[in-house]
Design a protein around this ligand. Structure first.
Ligand SMILES: C[N+](C)(C)CCCC[C@H](N)C(=O)O
Ligand SMILES: O=C(O)CCC(=O)C(=O)O
Ligand SMILES: [Fe+2]
Length: 430
């Protein structure tokens, strides 16, 4: 039996697909509406906006007066440079009503009892106004211009017309190169940069072009590792590592991870990548109960190999599949079976349910059709979304050195957004 919450999650959209058109695109800057009607009520007004010429269907937005006053965008209520609220919300009358409401050409104008005048551009109204049928305002407006592309195996990732080769020089020297790289990370969750000089310094230069780095107990900034147990973690051995995400033991796992193989004399040691969102989608379709279980079961994790390290997240445990409570979208996978702590909080029956779900997940995760193996020759740098794409490696012999870095999630996303949103567009999502 599925719990109510689980069935609700299942009946919702799988994640942020599709986002091919931003929901506000129908009301591009300066759109004029030839149909504009207003109905005033006690605590709110209804405004209907439509334009048959541009095929914008007449839509009614409900705008509560207090909310409108609280969201006044004039420079004394909202700092135009810092984009922060200046109006004192708590000094406003909770029962405030406008003394006049007028439809101007470019927006709605309200005059308040104290004479204060507020102007709300129609773009803003259509973007933020309450509709009977609510859209996913927060995430969709911020989403990349193109829907994310789920992939299965390497075939989908091979360079071609859709994914032209990205080089070190292009990414370092040009803004388009950098934008393309960030775009690919947002859309595919993984991107390769070629012709990178095989030094830690050049790799760091490349890394810092993307975003500042995340420090961890492994290093300040860049790390570089071989199979010498310099840190007490299986990454520092020659063992094979199954598909996993890193930092499952952090309250906030790193958003991105970068790998560059600098040295290798030996056999094996290829890199494995799997699109976790694609595998999650397959699991949801094939085993909805398992999907629900992995969404609900809290998994405690730790990093504790090094003498002076005992890291566990706050809260203590998270599900493997994490959904945005506002939208129901899957936004993060936290999965490293090696770093799972003792399961001591589940009843025998819950354990059975969890292990069954885990087996279904692992079966899909290790399905050949979902795996992308890359020898990652020196010069080719892989960067990937550690909240979406799982990585691993085959066992190896000989000497192998990989350098790379972790990056913070919010800051990398911020960088990607500012590369694609103009200042005007930025205002619309706030
Ligand atoms: C990348 N670097 C070699 C520095 C550390 C690897 C850590 C792998 C660890 N078990 C985890 O999931 O985080
Ligand atoms: O050695 C590798 O290729 C990857 C090891 C690993 O999973 C990591 O460093 O996070
Ligand atoms: Fe790892």
């Amino acid at each position: 039996m599925l719990s109510q919450r689980a069935s609700r999650l299942l009946s919702r959209g799988f994640h942020r697909l599709p986002v091919s058109s931003r929901y506000y695109s129908s009301a591009a800057v300066g759109t004029s509406f030839n149909k504009k009607t207003i109905q005033q009520h006690e605590r709110q007004l209804d405004i209907t906006l439509g334009n048959n010429a541009t095929a914008h269907p007449a839509t009614t937005y409900t705008l509560p007066y207090f909310w409108l006053r609280d969201h006044c965008r004039c420079p004394s209520c909202y700092h135009p440079v810092t984009r922060q609220r200046l109006v004192n919300t708590f000094g406003l009358d909770r029962d405030i009503q406008p003394t006049s409401v007028t439809c101007e050409t470019d927006g709605l104008q309200l005059v308040w009892p104290d004479g204060h005048t507020s102007h709300y551009a129609y773009d803003w109204v259509t973007t933020h106004g309450h509709q009977q049928k609510q859209r996913k305002k927060w995430t969709d407006a911020l989403a990349p211009t193109e829907a994310i592309r789920l992939w299965r195996g390497g075939q989908d990732l091979i360079e071609g017309a859709e994914r032209p080769r990205l080089t070190f020089e292009e990414v370092i020297e040009t803004k388009q190169g950098l934008a393309q790289w960030l775009h690919r990370l947002e859309i595919d969750g993984i991107a390769f940069v070629e012709d990178v000089p095989t030094t830690l310094e050049a790799t760091e230069q490349l890394a810092r072009r993307l975003c500042f780095l995340r420090e961890t107990h492994y290093s300040q900034g860049m790390w570089s590792f071989t199979a010498d147990l310099a840190h007490a973690d299986t990454a520092y051995t020659q063992l094979a590592l199954g598909a996993h995400t890193d930092n499952t033991y952090f309250t906030e796992p790193s958003g991105l991870q970068m790998f560059h193989k600098l040295e290798f004399q030996g056999q094996g040691g290829d890199s494995l990548f799997v699109d976790g969102f694609s595998v999650a989608q397959q699991l949801k379709q094939q085993h909805p109960e398992a999907y629900a279980t992995l969404t609900q079961t809290l998994i405690p994790t730790h990093s504790a190999g090094d003498e002076h390290v005992l890291i566990v997240p706050t809260p203590r445990a998270y599900p493997i599949l994490n959904h945005d409570p506002l939208t129901g979208d899957l936004y993060q996978i936290r999965y490293n079976n090696d770093d799972r702590s003792t399961l001591n909080h589940l009843s025998p029956q819950q354990l059975d349910q969890f292990y069954d779900a885990l087996f279904a997940w692992q079966k899909l995760l290790t399905d050949k059709s979902n795996e992308y193996w890359d020898p990652l020759p020196p010069g080719r740098v892989a960067t990937f979304d550690n909240w979406r794409v799982l990585h691993g490696r085959s066992a190896f012999t000989g000497h192998r050195r990989i350098c790379g870095a972790y990056f913070p999630w919010d800051d990398y996303r911020s960088r990607a957004r500012t590369m694609r949103l103009s200042s005007k567009e930025k205002d619309r999502v706030l």
